[in-house]
Design a protein around this ligand. Sequence first.
Ligand code: ZN
Length: 426
Amino acid sequence: MSTDPTDDLCKAIDERRDELVELTRALIRFPTVNPPGEGYRPCAEFIGDRLRARGFTVDYVRAAGTPGDSERYPRTNVIARRAGTAPGPCVHFNGHIDVVQAGGGWTLDPFAAVVKDGRVYGRGACDMKGGLAAAIIAVEALIDSAANWLGTLEISGTVDEESGGYGGVHYLAERGWFSPPRVDHVIIPEPLNVDRVCIGHRGVWWAEIETHGRMAHGSMPFLGDCAIRHMHAVVERFERDLYPKLAARHTDMPVVPPGARHSTLNINSIHGGQAEVPGFPTPVVPDSCRMIIDRRLLIEESIDSVKGEMRELLDQLVNDRDGFGYHIRDIFEVAPTMADRNGPVARSTAAAVCRVLGRDPEFICSPGTYDQKHIDRVGKLRDCVAYGPGILDLAHQPDEYVVIEDMLNSAKVMALAARSLLYGTA
Ligand SMILES: [Zn+2]
C-alpha cells in the first residue's frame, strides 16, 4: 500500500472498475423513459436497496400531484444519507434517473446496456446513469477508505429532470431536502465532459404569442384579416430589430459552445389557420396564429427585462400596423444561475480534476438548464456545480454511450472533491 491517501483512494476506485460497469448497466436496464415516467419506482428502489445495504438511511419521496404523477407512473425519488463518525458538512451527489425516449437510429438495443470498445451503450448511459453510477462508486470507495470520517454524504436519484424537474429536485427543494444546514455542497454528475466543471446555466423563457385576425371566405380575403400575415410581421420585426440586438448582447458566463454566449431566441413553432387534417382544405382566412418562442437569457439579463423587450416590440406593431392585435401567454421560465467559481465545491472539484487528469479543468456554463436552478432558487443553496463523465454532445442521441475510463476518472474526481469538502481542505 502507498502511504498517500489520494493514491490509495484512486486505486480503490480502479479496483471497482467492473463493479462500476455493472452498476451502470443495471441502471440502464431500467427503461426510465420520460414521458411517461416508466419504471421510476423500481429504479429508485434498486439504488435505495444497494445503499441501505451499505449503511445508508434511505428515504423514498413520491412527488404526489406533480405533472405526470399517477398510480401507474409514480414520481418516486430516492435520497440516501450516511453520516460519518463526527459532525461536519454534508456533500450531496444528485443524479436524475429519467431518460428521454430512445427514438430511431439505434444500431444496438437501447436498454440492453451493451459493453463494447471500452464503452457502455444505452439510452441514459451518458445522460446520466453513467454519472450517477460513478458518484455511487466514488462515495462507497470514500466511505470504505477510512474507519473514521467527518461529515455526511448523500446520494439522490431524482426524476423528471428532462421535463423540468418538478416531480424531482424542485419538489424536494421545496421541502428542504436541498437546503442548508441539511446540505452544504452539491455535485450533479450531468454529462459535461470529464475535464470541465460546470458552474451554472443560462435562463429560459417560453411563451406563446397569438396574433388575431378575422375570418372570411378565402376567395375574398380582403373581407377578412389574415392572422398569419400579422404573425409574419412579427417575424419580420424579429429579423430586423430583435435578432441583431440579441446577437450583440454578450455574456461573461463561460457558456459552451461559444455561440451560446449571446442571448438567443428560437421560434419553436408556428400554427395558424385550419388544423392540418387529411383531405381538402376549405377556403378560410385564418383568425388566429400562434407562435411558441424559446428565449434563452444571460446572467446579465432579468426575466422582466426580457419580457418587457418582447412586449415593446409587439406594442410597436399595434401602433404601426392596421388591425394588429396580439395576446402573449407565459408558459415556463427559469432564471439564469451561476455559482462562484471560487466557491468550495467548484474549487475542490477543479483541484481534483487537476490531480486525476493532470491538467486544469475548464469552467463552463451550460446553454440549457438542468436541476441546478431548483437547488439555487428554491433550495437557496448556491454551492452547486455539475461535473460528470459523459460527453455532452452524445446526450439524447441514438447509440448514446459513456466511456468507462471517463467514468473511472470522474469517480476519482468526485471522491477526492468530496473528501476535501468534508475535511475543509478545499
Ligand atoms: Zn441530464
